[in-house]
Design a protein around this ligand. Structure first.
Ligand code: HEM
Length: 151
């Protein structure tokens, strides 16, 4: 604890501004890896489970015959596992994602802008359902957007 206060004092002093120690401590918490802020694998798997359930039942997405066929070659439990591993790894967690790359696994699906937006909407519903805070939702959307398999 003493060391923490020393660090805070040095940072505060060297930054040349008067910042209350409690503010810096709060910032340190806010900067914890996104993986931890999401509640680790327990938080991630609960959201992914709900999200994939919505996606596989989504009529707009299933109208795309390639997406519909993909539901058979990659069953929901498999997708839940792979997507959880991927999110765990890309948010700074201890997992090692071993599935295919996003471009590789989605190229044949011909995902349109509209389908991407429909997916994002389902994702939002799952995040809201489990009350993921706004800051973590934004950070997670940024991670997902970087994985975007369409141009
Ligand atoms: C509109 C958006 C999306 C649709 C319609 C979609 C649909 C699918 C389908 C149908 C498959 C199975 C493909 C097959 O077996 O032929 C698949 C695989 C996969 N998707 Fe998506 N996906 C979308 C976005 C995403 C996003 C945003 C992520 C990650 C955050 C993601 C992660 C994965 C992963 C990890 C796999 C498994 C890759 C493997 O088999 O190794 N997908 N997706």
């Amino acid at each position: 604890m003493k060391t923490l206060f020393k660090v805070i004092a040095v940072v505060t002093f060297s930054a040349g501004t008067l910042v209350a120690p409690v503010t810096l401590a709060e910032e340190a918490v806010a900067k914890a890896p996104l993986y931890e802020r999401l509640g680790g694998l327990k938080g991630i798997t609960v959201v992914v489970d709900d999200f994939i359930n919505r996606l596989v039942a989504n009529e707009t997405l299933n109208k795309n015959p390639a997406i519909n066929a993909g539901r058979k070659s990659s069953p929901a439990p498999y997708l839940k596992f792979q997507v959880s591993q991927m999110i765990c790894e890309t948010t700074g967690g201890p997992c090692k994602y071993t599935g295919q790359g996003m471009k590789e696994s989605h190229a044949h699906l011909n995902i349109t802008e509209k389908e991407w937006d429909v997916m994002a909407d389902d994702f939002q519903k799952s995040l809201d359902k489990f009350k993921v805070p706004a800051a973590e939702q934004k950070d997670l959307f940024d991670v997902v957007a970087r994985q975007r398999p369409i141009s």
